[in-house]
Design a protein around this ligand. Structure first.
Ligand SMILES: Cc1cc2nc3c(=O)[nH]c(=O)nc-3n(C[C@H](O)[C@H](O)[C@H](O)COP(=O)(O)OP(=O)(O)OC[C@H]3O[C@@H](n4cnc5c(N)ncnc54)[C@H](O)[C@@H]3O)c2cc1C
Ligand code: FES
Length: 265
């Protein structure tokens, strides 16, 4: 892609925001004009690691990524403060393609971070309408609810502490059974996305899902992130159409770790 920055650009953190327990956003200045919602950046934490992060905020000059503290690299990122420095390269991957006027967006957990700029892009065109399902385990894990206060937002929690009691894919199925949508777009736990893609494929509703695989180069060279018949998640994805996903046997079942070993999803 002609606008991607291929060597890490050292940027100063402009701001940070705690979104929920263990979930934080880091903001910095970076060329944002050509970023497509759903694309990701490679974030270099000097001396430690380089990891993929979706762009979660896109404004004229400033962008941000939102992450959950899960391991060594995200713990180190979580501890960074305003004026600390990170390396950033990208944006990489294809991003989402909006089709039609009435869109259902289904996010599970931090998957909603990837979807947030897409939701804003859908709403930037007056004729488009969006319904958003945000699924979490319990209400304390919710974030971005103020950001989404003017949209048709439906919440599901596994424990029923707020909204629909159950998983996001169950709520999505109920809604799809009652309403017609031109397209469904999803990002979150792969088992959730697999259920949604299967539901949409069986009803012939166009569907896109954003996949996570272990990313090393991020630019299609090393082959670490290959799925199906030689599709690279970093270059051909991370967003895939439902009919492509239907032909990928490992979708919803297994992924590979840094050494290429299979891990059950
Ligand atoms: C395209 C893409 C976009 C992503 N966007 C986000 C996001 O917006 N917010 C967010 O919280 N997380 C996102 N992730 C996941 C994030 O990259 C991992 O959670 C992070 O790398 C974990 O690193 P760690 O050292 O803290 O944890 P570890 O303890 O090292 O690993 C925890 C989990 O993260 C996975 N992981 C570790 N390193 C990588 C890597 N280089 N590539 C892919 N997965 C890895 C591990 O396989 C494991 O499942 C994204 C992943 C991909 C592939
Ligand atoms: S991470 Fe190297 S080809 Fe995708």
């Amino acid at each position: 892609m002609k606008n991607e920055i291929t060597c890490p650009r050292i940027v100063e953190i402009k701001n940070t925001k705690i979104e929920a327990k263990n979930i934080k956003t880091i903001f910095f200045n970076f060329p944002s004009k050509n970023i497509i919602p759903g694309q990701f950046l490679m974030i270099w934490i000097p001396g430690l690691d380089e990891i993929p992060m979706s762009v979660s905020y896109i404004s004229d000059r400033e962008i941000g990524f939102t992450f959950r503290k899960v391991g060594e690299a995200t713990r180190a990122l979580y501890d960074l403060k305003k004026r600390d420095k990170i390396g950033v390269r990208g944006p990489y991957g294809n991003g989402f393609t909006i089709k039609g006027e009435k869109i259902l967006v289904v996010g599970g957990g931090t998957g909603i971070a990837t979807l947030a700029p897409l939701i804003e892009k859908i709403l930037s065109t007056k004729k488009r309408r969006v319904t958003v399902i945000f699924g979490v385990k319990t209400k304390d894990e919710l974030f971005f609810t103020r950001r989404f206060r003017n949209i048709d937002l439906k919440i599901s929690t596994d424990d029923g502490s707020i909204g629909f009691k159950g998983v996001a894919s169950e709520l999505a199925e109920k809604i799809i059974n009652n309403e017609d949508f031109d397209q469904v777009i999803t990002c979150g736990p792969e088992k959730m996305m697999k259920k949604i893609v299967d539901i949409c494929n069986s009803r012939k509703i166009p569907v896109q899902a954003s996949l996570e695989r272990y990313i090393k180069c991020g630019i299609g060279l090393c082959g670490q992130c290959c799925i199906g018949e030689g599709l690279r998640v970093c270059k051909d994805g991370p967003v895939f159409e439902g009919d492509t996903l239907a032909k990928i046997p490992e979708f919803g079942y297994f992924k590979r770790d840094a050494s290429g070993r299979k891990i059950k999803i």
